[in-house]
Design a protein around this ligand. Structure first.
Ligand code: FES
Length: 535
């Protein structure tokens, strides 16, 4: 173990562990302000905001400090390193850096999207001088340029170059560069080659000030009006950890949530901008019963009993299609409910959408070709109930042969997923329950048509392509009149009270060995993310 001292606090790090002074100080609970450094990018040490005093302690305990301030981002600590972050010298240096950065910075915070989460604001408040020394009036607005996927507010930029390094090191597309030198330096693109890649939205998150604006979010919301919730992206099998940011049940922004095991600090644009379907006016809402050409709306009271009676009335073999968009808890409840009604019920997985091949970027980020979040989780549930996995095509064949009389089909797909020709085969069923996000050729034929929940409206867990389980809670409520899959299935299984995903997951962990490793204290499932490598 190596011992490091930060402002008099001693911490120990593993021998051989490579930490810079910012990371070491963070372990001691001390924040060193920084702009240009980011743990996912190379170190350039250009902003000088992280200057601190660095010294060493010899074995006799004598401390000798270096003569100059050092950039903490570019200083690796080792046994005996002493870091001082609160001296007068350091405070003075920080105040001067802030003053320098603000010399040409426009005073347009009232209209800047970054206001409220801007490091320039925060650090100036924390470390800046009480009064500026620039006598003349600074510009009230910034020049603005279209760089492609993002809008660039030229004068707000502090030239930290995080965005430039991202396009070189992570996306590998190198669209951004620094043009000119000295006071004329600016971030730019080569004309005709705009910033346009599948990870480009990350440069907006990386920008510590408001220089790079997200076109999708621009001027939509003040950040202090939004609440953020831990979520999992359901756009592909990578299952990136995300923040879902909403105001009054309306999602306004999706941002990556740091997760070293899955997506590190990044998400792709498909996941970032893939939420408008959540508020699509064409979504299926509520529940209806079709009988002899009449469509009757159903209310929540007694809904589960009506569904149960409807399925039992079909009088033969039942079946269920477990969508790969269901959480493992929902899949387990659906399989349990159908097997309670018919112990020989046929269980199958829904269609698994695959587009092209996995895309791997130089920085290690992968966009999976499989465009659903939970194929592996649903397959594990199916294997528990049936000893194997029946595909959707096999299920459709059984329906076509007349082997089933009633079925429950779960959807949840963002895009059209079933064709008229396939849906026609389900016309043979006496009872068909379809719960889905959007109307489809199948939902039109359903005896019971139920609106389903979109991803930010669900409680539960997903197993990504690395067999990693992630549990999250709901961020927004579903549209009025719509009940989530979990809550309907919970009732269908005859359980009392409100749907509780953590209870189902613990039950799963007891019954299915693969989920055994996932047992933990899930009492705070709606708040905490738990990561567990499944067996
Ligand atoms: Fe160290 Fe910018 S963070 S110089």
């Amino acid at each position: 173990m190596a011992t490091i001292t930060v402002d008099g606090i001693e911490i120990e790090i593993r021998t051989g562990e490579r930490l810079n002074a910012i990371e070491a100080a963070a372990r001691a609970g001390v924040e060193i302000p920084h702009y240009c450094w980011h743990p996912g990018l190379s170190v350039v040490g250009s902003c000088r905001m992280c200057l601190v005093e660095i010294g060493t302690r010899d074995p006799s305990g004598k401390v000798s400090m270096g003569p100059k301030l050092m950039p903490a981002c570019n200083t690796l600590v080792r046994d005996g390193t002493v870091i001082v972050t609160q001296s007068e010298k350091v405070q003075h240096a920080r105040a001067l850096v802030e003053e320098g950065l603000l010399l040409r910075h426009p005073v347009d915070c009232p209209i800047c999207d970054k206001a409220g989460e801007c490091r320039l604001q925060d650090y100036y408040f924390e470390y800046g001088q009480a009064e500026g020394r620039r006598a003349d009036i600074r510009p009230f607005t910034s020049r603005r340029r279209d760089l492609g996927d993002v809008t660039f507010f030229t004068d707000r930029c502090i030239l930290c170059t995080r965005c430039v390094r991202f396009t070189r090191e992570i996306s590998g597309t190198s669209e951004l560069m620094v043009r000119d030198r000295g006071a004329h330096e600016e971030i730019d693109i080569v004309e005709g080659f705009p910033l346009n890649n599948k990870l480009s939205g990350n440069v907006v998150d990386l920008c510590p000030v408001g220089a790079l604006g997200d076109k999708d979010f621009l001027y939509k919301q003040r950040v202090w009006f939004m609440r953020r919730h831990q979520g999992v992206c359901t756009g592909c099998a990578t299952g990136c950890s995300i923040w879902v940011e909403e105001n009054q049940d309306r999602v306004h922004r999706i941002k990556p949530r740091e997760n070293p095991e899955v997506n590190r600090w990044w998400i792709c644009n498909d996941g970032r901008y893939g939420y408008p379907h959540v508020h699509d006016p064409d979504r299926l809402v509520g529940a209806v019963h079709r009988d002899a050409g009449r469509t009757v709306p159903l209310d929540f009271t007694g809904l589960a009993a009506r569904l149960r009676d409807g399925l039992q009335a079909s009088g033969g073999t039942l079946g269920a299609v477990l969508s790969p968009f269901l959480t493992v808890e929902e899949a387990y409840l659906l399989a349990t409910a159908i097997r309670q009604l018919d112990s020989g019920a046929v269980l199958a997985i829904g269609p698994v959408p695959v587009v092209g091949e996995d895309e791997r970027f130089p920085g290690g980020f992968t966009i999976a070709a499989e465009k659903c979040p939970n194929r592996l989780g649903v397959e594990k549930v199916l294997a528990h109930f049936t000893g194997g996995v029946t595909s959707f095509d096999q299920f459709v064949a059984k329906v076509g042969e007349g082997a089933l009389t009633g079925a429950w089909v779960s959807g949840g797909y963002r895009d059209p997923w079933i064709e008229e020709r396939t849906a026609e085969k389900f016309a043979r069923l006496k009872t068909l329950v379809v719960q889905d996000l959007f109307p489809s050729p199948l939902s039109k034929r359903a005896t019971f048509e139920l609106g389903g929940a979109a991803f930010p409206e669900r409680d539960g867990s997903y197993v990504n392509r690395q067999h990693r389980l992630q549990s999250v809670g709901w961020a927004i409520r579903p549209p009025a009149g719509t009940r989530t899959e979990g809550s309907i299935l919970w009732e269908l299984c005859g359980r009392e009270g409100l749907y509780n995903a953590s209870v189902v997951l613990q039950e799963l962990a007891r019954k299915i060995p693969a989920f055994g490793a996932a047992v933990g204290d899930f009492s705070d499932i709606g708040i905490d993310l738990r990561l567990n490598q499944l067996a």
